[in-house]
Structure formats: C-alpha cells, structure tokens
Design a protein around this ligand. Structure first.
Ligand code: FAD
Length: 512
C-alpha cells in the first residue's frame, strides 16, 4: 500500500542520530522536502536520554570535544551554539586514577605542560611539540580530508593533499608516536586513552589520530548544561526550523527499488515513495537487511572481517548522596591497560580486571539529579560480539564499584537508588548494531577514508551516513558524515554541493 503519496518527500532519512539530523537539516535548508523516519519515540540515536527516579541520564556520549564542528554546523543555518544550549568548559578536563594516585588534566596547554613536567622532567616541552604536530594533523584532516565522501582514492590525488599526506603520519603507529615523546607509563596511557575508547589498540592505530589529543587537550572538554541530549534538542529545533518532518516510532523495513533506482521505503507495511534515501542507521543493518539483495556492495564475510570498535558494558546509577572527590569525568587506569586491550581486541573475553570510566555530570550540573544526589554513568569497554553473561556483568560491577569506593572513600553500593545495565544485547535491540558495537568501526589504517564502507550505495539514489562510514565514530564525525551525504544528494540532483574543504578557525590558540 502506498501511504500519502501527495506528501512524498524528496528525501527520506532513516534514523535521527547526529548523522541523520545533520543530513536532513542540510537538505531541507536547500529547499528539499525531507522526512526523517526514526524507530524510537525520541530523536538522538545513541545520544538519547531517559529519566528515572528524578535522575536524567544521557545514554551514550558524554565528552563534548571539537567545539568548532558544532559551531560551524549551527552557523550553516544562521544559529549559534549559545542560542541553543549553555556550553561550559570543564576544568579539570578530567581526572585519571592511576595506581600511584589521581592525576587531574587541567584545561589549557600551558597548565597541562606544567602538570606533565611534575611526572617526567622535560615532558612539558615534549607535550607542546606533540600537540603542535597534532594541530597540523587536525587542521589538514578537518580542512581537506573529512569533508569528502571518500568513495575512492582519487578524491585525495591532488598535489597539495599528497604534499601534506606525510605530515599526517598515516604509516607510523600511534603507540610508537606517543613513546617517541613520553617515557612515563602514566603519560603514555594518558595520551593513548582517546584512541582506546574510539576503536583499536594504539599499535594498530595510525599516528594520524594524535589529532584526537589536540582536540581533547587544546580545544578542550566541554559540557552542555542540561546534558549531552541538549545537543540533540538543539539540532532537532534547527531541523524543524528548516522544515524537516519527523516520523517517530517508525521502523523502516526495507529500501525499495524499481528499475535500478531508489523508489522509497517500506514502513509498517506501507510504501513511502521518494527518489532519494539517506540510510543514517547502522550501515550493516541498512545494507544487509533493508537494501534489496542485488544492490548489496558487501557480503557476510566482508562484515565478519571488519575490525569493530569496542562495545561497552554500561551502568546508569542514581546515588542518594554526593560523592566528594569525584570529578565530572574520571578514568580508572589503575589496572593493566595492555591486559584489558588484549581482552577487547585480540582474545575477546569479559575483562578480568577492566579499566573503566565514570561520568558524574551532576558534579557540574544540578539539573540531572535530585538535590544532594549524584548521577553516575559507568562505562567498561568490552569486545564486540560477546554473548550475554550476567554473572560476568555482576562480577565486573562489583569490581568497579569496589575500586570507586577505594578512591572516593564512599561505599557507593549502599546508596544506589536506581540502577540500569546496558550492553551488547541492548545495542542490538535498539540500533540493530552489528555485533552489538557501540562506536562503529575501529579506526585502523585499513579502515580509514576510502577504505571504510562507502557512502555511495550501489543502488542509485541511496547513500549511507553515520559512524560506520566516513569519517568515522564520534559525535562530530557523525555530524560531518550527515552533511557530506547530504552534499552528495544535492550534487546528484544537479544542485551545488557543500564546500568540501574548509578554512579552520581554531577557537583556542596553541602557544608553542
Ligand atoms: C556509550 C557510548 C558512549 C559514547 N561516547 C562518546 C563521547 O563521549 N563523545 C563522542 O563524540 N562520541 C561518543 N560516542 C559515539 C557517538 O555517540 C556516536 O558515534 C554517534 O552518536 C553515532 O551517531 P549516528 O547518527 O551515526 O548513529 P546513531 O546514533 O546510532 O543513530 C542511528 C539512528 O537510526 C535509528 N534506526 C536504526 N535502524 C532503524 C530503522 N530500521 N528504522 C528507523 N530508524 C532506525 C536508530 O534508532 C538511531 O536513532 C559514544 C557512543 C556510545 C554508544
């Protein structure tokens, strides 16, 4: 049955995560009639939120990095971040609990260099040169690389890009790069942590990704008051202003084809006719389950052989008291980094003694917990594809709560008034996530740029966007992915696409 043919959109977007919202808004701002189909009752995808017992929990992302990407995104529609949410810079950016004790990462490069100096003489200056190199990568990456569809290598075959390529250090490992600068294991771990959370062991990640250290330390760690979901609310508001329509609680069952072209979507047994689709849900799900079989570019063995980034075992906790000594972000690096990395990447197992991360947004923001209470989000990175095992989840919970008690002096378990666990099976149920992944594909060299699953589908009129295609996982890359996919749709209609290179204006100047 064909539904409402008179209101058929020009473009249907599957999924209202950051990629779907960015794609839809960009297209609507160019005058196209765009509808977003979202299976959940709330927009935001992995960044949805839920309320329980007076606590407001962000379900996924908690680190607001690369503020320049958000600024540029909203500016495209004549809006400023400050019109939409109140952004504060965290200082310290985060705390790391090492065996030797806590280490606070202060906001600002000079302060961080001084702190490095206290751990390893000379490391302050080395940090500055490390970050100066990382800034070059960030500028080149953001300016010339990430805003391309990366459908083939030729997009990068230009003299200036080839000239800059060696400075990206694609062929050096991240681990080697960090160790050339720092010797103390705490500093090494500190520099390696953004990579571990985003996808692969440091030795399998190109040194290019030290641009993440630049983003984390120089551009700063920020927080939107009210919670990370405020970003989604801001994006939905701007989307509606541009005319995007939302169909929530609508699970897309198939992408329809006729005569080799996209014909529309099947939703709840009904056909929505439209010539263009952006599948901004998990790529594997869209390609292997929604796309007609003849138009699948990849097969089961391709997917089986992809290196997925970790999944996560998450606990959302409502605590009926404050926990002094807790920072907004705390990384527990008080056990073996290497042993945990092996359990994620080499020999998948529920970790014996994991690293973990605690987010306590109520330290900064009283609106996310009842008065005098603490809102905690505990994250343990785990291998993707793990079978559910409640006994292991319970054991891990007890271990990490015990370590939290040891560091804060508070027996948190005695004060839990709300607890929810979330892991692989929930990622699969909620997002049809391949192997229950949390953050898409790992950032290995063999899965970078045009070596990622392609944005362009084999079916004319359909594109993919989101964290499993280019440029990769994370909130800012997903926003960029949606914009680039939208630009490709515009070009396919003979309209001007978005500029795919940008002059970067750094909001924070590095003094080196
Ligand atoms: C626990 C966790 C912590 C994270 N922490 C950070 C962080 O601190 N900072 C950071 O930058 N990034 C972080 N990330 C990564 C970041 O959240 C993601 O990269 C990003 O949100 C992905 O956006 P997306 O639009 O690609 O996909 P998604 O957010 O997954 O959106 C896809 C949407 O498609 C919908 N959908 C799926 N199938 C269908 C269908 N058949 N029909 C209709 N709708 C469908 C889904 O419901 C979903 O809303 C984190 C992720 C997780 C899971």
């Amino acid at each position: 049955m064909t539904r409402n043919p008179s209101s058929s959109p020009d473009v249907a977007v599957i999924g209202s995560g950051f990629a779907g919202l960015a794609a839809a808004t960009t297209l609507a701002s160019k005058g196209l009639n765009v509808t977003v189909f979202e299976r959940h009752g709330q927009a935001g995808g992995r960044a949805r939120r839920f309320d329980a017992e007076g606590f407001r929990f962000d379900m996924g992302p908690s680190w607001y990095w690369m503020p320049d990407v958000f600024d540029r995104y909203f500016a495209q529609f004549g809006r400023r971040v400050e019109d939409l949410y109140d952004l504060v810079r965290l200082d310290p950016s985060y705390r790391v609990e090492f065996n030797q004790g806590p280490f606070d990462v202060p906001a600002g490069t000079d302060a961080l260099a001084e702190a490095f100096e206290t751990i390893e003489p000379g490391a302050g200056q080395k940090l500055k040169s490390f970050l100066a190199e990382a800034k070059v990568k960030y500028d080149i990456g953001m300016g010339r690389f990430v805003n391309k569809p990366a459908n083939n290598a030729f997009e990068f075959a230009r003299l200036d890009i080839l000239r800059d390529a060696p400075r990206l250090q694609l062929l050096r490992s991240f681990s080697d790069h960090v160790r050339r600068h720092f010797k103390d294991p705490r500093l090494v771990q500190l520099m390696e942590f953004p990579v571990l959370f985003l996808g692969a062991k440091p030795e399998n990640t190109p040194a290019l990704y030290s641009l993440m250290n630049y983003a984390d330390t120089a551009l700063g760690t920020w927080y939107p008051m009210g919670g990370m979901h405020r970003i989604v609310e801001g994006m939905v508001q701007v989307a509606r202003e541009q005319g995007v329509k939302f169909e929530l609680n609508c699970n897309v069952e198939a992408i329809l084809e006729e005569g080799g072209k996209t014909k529309g979507l099947r939703v709840g047994g009904q056909h929505i006719l439209c010539p263009h689709v952006i599948a901004a849900c998990d790529y594997h799900h869209a390609e292997q389950h929604l796309m007609p079989a003849a138009y699948r570019r990849y097969n089961k063995s391709y997917w089986h052989n992809r290196a997925m980034s970790p999944s996560s075992l998450l606990f959302y906790l409502g605590i009926n008291r404050k926990i002094p000594n807790l920072k907004h972000h705390t990384l527990f690096f008080d056990t073996s980094f290497e042993a945990h990395a092996v359990e994620i990447y080499d020999d998948p197992a529920w970790p014996k003694d994991p690293l973990f991360y605690v987010c306590a947004p109520s330290v900064t923001d009283p609106s996310v917990a009842p008065k005098g209470c603490e809102n905690l989000f505990l994250l343990v990175p785990t291998a993707p594809g793990m079978a559910e095992n409640q006994a292991d989840c319970d054991r891990i919970y007890e271990q990490i709560i015990g370590r939290l008690k040891a560091r804060t002096g508070i027996d948190v378990n005695q004060h839990v008034v709300y607890k929810r666990q979330y892991a692989h099976q929930q990622f699969i149920a909620d997002y049809s996530a391949y192997k229950g992944n949390a953050y898409g594909l790992a950032n290995t060299l063999r899965q970078t740029a045009f070596l990622k699953p392609k944005m362009k589908s084999k079916l004319s009129g359909t594109w993919f966007a989101g964290q499993l295609t280019t440029p990769g996982p994370g909130v800012p890359p997903s926003i960029i992915s949606g914009q680039v996919a939208a630009s490709e749709v515009l070009k396919s209609k003979g309209m001007p696409g978005l500029a795919n290179e940008i002059e970067i204006e750094q909001p924070v100047a590095l003094q080196v």
